[in-house]
Structure formats: C-alpha cells, structure tokens
Ligand binder design. Structure first.
Ligand code: PGA
Length: 258
C-alpha cells in the first residue's frame, strides 16, 4: 500500500513573510486533521530555515527545489546536500522541467544529483515528463524512457526507498491544462512497468509516482484516485492556503478508501 504524498513546489515565489504564513497555514491543517498522507512544502532556498520554523513540530516535511551533487566546497551559488539537511530538508526536487529547460540540466547532471542525494539519505522527488511536441510526435514513452534510464543510471535498488517520481507533462505545467485521467494513468503505468523491468516488480509496486501539472482542488481527487497515481506535485495551487489545503484534504479522503 503506497502512502499518498502531496508536495507543494513554490518555485521562485513568495516573500519571507508570505512563505512563513503559508507554511503555518499548512502546518495547522495537517496538525489538526493528522491526515494519513505525507505532505511537504518546497520553498525557495533563502526561506528554508524560516519555513522549517513555521512548520514547527507538525508532520509537514520540508523540501528544497535544487541541490548540487558535490560535497561542500568551491561551487559559488550552489546548495550542498549536507546544507539542505542541516536546515531540516527531507526532500529535494530534482530533474524538474524548468531546470532542464532554463538551466540546461541534462540527464547526466540530474543523475549525479539523484545518486548524491539518495545515497546521503535526502529524499528525492525526481521529475520526468514529455513536451507537447514529444507527445504530438508520439514520443512520450521514448522520452520518459530516456529520462528514467538517465536518472536511474547507477542507482542501486537499495536507494529506491529514498526516491519518489513525479510525472509532469511539460505542456501541463502552469498552463491550466491537465493530463486527462487516461493520459496520466497510461504514463504512470508505463513508468511503473519500466521500473519493474529495470529493477523488479515489488520495487516498482512500492515506488510512489506523483502527478504534476496544473493540479487544482477540482481535479486533484480524480487524478490522485487513479490506480498508479500516488499523490501530486503542485505548483501554482500550492501558493495559497485556500487552494492547497483542499488538495491535502482530497488526498486524506482518498487515503481512507484507496
Ligand atoms: P503547476 O506546476 O501545478 O503550476 O502546473 C507543477 C510543477 O511544476 O511542479
């Protein structure tokens, strides 16, 4: 039984003050309802510590949006895994399409980051997803396969427990267009099948695969209710309590039945 996971990716948004109040709102909800789901928020790096404090002793975990694979040293501007752990991060988002698109992150670089984070016991939310052009050219599975093979290169089966996959079709991110339930389920099933072949069927069964791309309160339950969808990575709708809390509640309700 895979535990549902809802993570908010705040991207390069919020201020110190709005980040703290948003975190506090999420913490209060989770503290109050004790949902049988995992919840994480991933604020911009400068706000990690303040958000950690605002989360208090609630069960909401803290995630970063990027990390570098090397040990602390001369890498101006980068974030070491040890530093993220030092300020209380349990997760890091890696392979996000915005990092691939705007910062030229390759499968090879993403792989080095995944291996470094997972082997140091920092949880990884590993994002994969095809562009609109890929989908229109019927290349979705091919692209997913390349990204998965790249990301998991040299990743031992023993590290899989540190990794969650997020399927995020690029054409659905921030666009208001979500994958249809059929499209989402098919992609998730493909990813799980790939894992079964690359590792083994029980490991594939255990892997949580989140859906991301314009998840909102009104589509969250349907998407997270799909057989191979184990939660959501939420961007825009994670920036306001009134939008994010209903998604957590939808997951909590599903957790009773799924
Ligand atoms: P979105 O972003 O929910 O705003 O589409 C999701 C993501 O990029 O993780």
């Amino acid at each position: 039984m895979r535990r549902l996971f809802v993570a908010g990716n705040w991207k390069m948004n919020t201020t110190l003050s709005s980040a703290k109040s948003l975190a506090a709102e999420v913490a209060v909800e989770v503290q109050k309802t004790q949902p049988r789901v995992d919840v994480a928020v991933c604020p911009p790096a400068p706000y990690l510590l303040a958000v950690k404090e605002a989360l208090g002793d609630s069960k909401v975990s803290l995630g970063a949006q990027n990390a570098y694979f090397a040990s602390p040293g001369a890498y101006t501007g980068e974030l070491a895994i040890e530093m993220l752990q030092d300020v209380g991060c349990q997760w890091v988002i890696l392979g996000h399409s915005e990092r691939r698109q705007h910062f030229g992150e390759t499968d090879d670089l993403i792989n080095k980051k995944i291996v470094a984070a997972a082997s140091r016991e920092l949880g990884v939310i590993f994002c994969v997803g095809e562009s609109l052009a890929d989908r229109q050219a019927n290349k979705t599975e091919q692209v997913l396969e390349t990204q998965l093979a790249g990301g998991f290169a040299g990743v031992d089966v023993g590290l899989l427990g540190q990794i969650v996959i997020a399927y995020e079709p690029v054409w659905a991110i921030g666009t208001g267009v979500t994958a249809s339930p059929d499209q989402a389920q098919a992609a998730h099933l493909f990813i799980r099948g790939w894992l079964a072949k690359r590792y083994n069927p029980p490991a594939a069964e255990e892997m949580r695969i989140l859906y991301g791309g314009s998840v909102k309160a009104d589509n969250a339950a349907e998407l997270m209710g799909l057989a191979d969808v184990d939660g959501a990575l939420v961007g825009g709708a994670s920036l306001k309590g009134e939008l994010f809390l209903p998604i957590i509640r939808a997951a909590a309700t599903l957790a009773e039945t799924k």
